[in-house]
Design a protein around this ligand. Structure first.
Ligand SMILES: C[S@@+](CC[C@H](N)C(=O)[O-])C[C@H]1O[C@@H](n2cnc3c(N)ncnc32)[C@H](O)[C@@H]1O
Length: 154
């Protein structure tokens, strides 16, 4: 795990626990979009919670990880779909996937919250985030954190 991940996760997890239900709840699914070659964000959530953890990225290297509740989806988010009645947290860490496409890939949920830390691809949906702050502990100029606490299904 690189430094960016070691440092940012304390804060990211705190936000995640605050806006979705408890970390021990099996009713929560976290979908980590643009996770990179390795499922770093999703794997960290799998270690720290009882949630179902999905890593979605076309560049995921085919490898088997012996991590409970972690599932890998080697595809673009446009080809991914999650349609279960769960509380869903969408997490996009320096993702290059358009955020609106990521939101569209999730339907039929109970509750949807989003945490996005943008880099090159502007993370825009049809409403502004509820919370925007800079996490100076992320050792990157791309350290702005956007939080949508709850998204209505259309
Ligand atoms: C800058 S990398 C970030 C990787 C990792 N999250 C990190 O912070 O180190 C951006 C990632 O977004 C992925 N990506 C680009 N378009 C995507 C799409 N449509 N759906 C899912 N992932 C996508 C790329 O494959 C790449 O791995």
């Amino acid at each position: 795990m690189n430094d960016k991940y070691k440092i940012m996760f304390r804060d990211l997890h705190w936000m995640a626990y605050r806006y979705v239900h408890g970390r021990k709840s099996a009713a929560v699914t976290v979908v980590c979009v643009g996770d990179g070659h390795r499922p770093q964000t999703a794997a960290t959530f799998a270690y720290r919670t009882a949630w179902q953890c999905y890593s979605v990225d076309p560049q995921l290297r085919p490898r088997i990880y012996n991590i409970k509740r972690l599932s890998l989806h080697r595809c673009k988010v446009e080809e991914f779909g999650f349609h279960e009645k769960k509380n869903v947290l969408l997490v996009c860490v320096h993702s290059h996937a358009p955020l609106d496409k990521a939101v569209q890939s999730i339907t039929n949920y109970n509750q949807l919250a989003i945490i996005s830390i943008p880099c090159c691809v502007h993370q825009k949906i049809d409403r502004p985030p509820d919370l925007v702050y800079r996490d100076e502990n992320i050792h990157s100029p791309k350290n702005e954190v956007l939080v949508w606490k709850s998204i209505e299904e259309k």
